[in-house]
Design a protein around this ligand. Structure first.
Ligand SMILES: [Zn+2]
Length: 153
């Protein structure tokens, strides 16, 4: 079949055979099944047109263009005076941005972004995690908050 260059993730050979190409339902993604000519390993690649910006859907339903700086600011605010270097905050922000942009979804609810930030903070700094959660989770009562804190070990 047709030859399209894509490095094999197993042996790093650059010639792979495309066995099958399929266009997704929304016609925006092409999925290709490939087979390495050298080691015969099979893997899948996705090709996607990068036209639209990532859209963030707020709780109110309002849509906004994804803004990396907002994620950075949220994380930096939660980590204020927590002795975490700016570089690390940048790294987390990049991780989250990459994760969001590599998903096939083009519209992301703020809830999903909030969960990702919580996940990262939880592993870095428990105080920052609680700070962020107290804003983001919007606890209605002190009891809800206490329950949440109780879950943290
Ligand atoms: Zn290979």
């Amino acid at each position: 079949m047709q030859e399209v260059y894509m490095q094999c993730p197993f042996c790093f050979n650059i010639t792979t055979d495309v066995k099958d190409s399929r266009v997704s339902q929304d016609k925006e993604t092409v999925r290709r099944r490939r087979s390495c000519e050298s080691c015969k390993s099979k893997f899948t690649t996705y090709e996607k047109i990068q036209l639209r910006e990532l859209i963030v859907i707020k709780k109110s339903g309002a849509k906004k263009i994804f803004d990396r700086d907002k994620i950075y600011t949220s994380i930096a605010t939660a980590l204020r005076k927590r002795n975490v270097e700016e570089q690390q905050i940048n790294n987390i922000t990049d991780d989250i941005t990459r994760e969001l942009k590599s998903s096939t979804a083009t519209e992301i609810p703020t809830k999903k972004i909030g969960e990702l930030i919580m996940q990262k903070l939880e592993s870095i700094d428990q105080v920052a995690y609680i700070r962020f959660a107290s804003v983001y989770r919007d606890f209605n009562t002190a009891k809800d908050f206490a329950k949440f804190i109780g879950k943290i070990k």
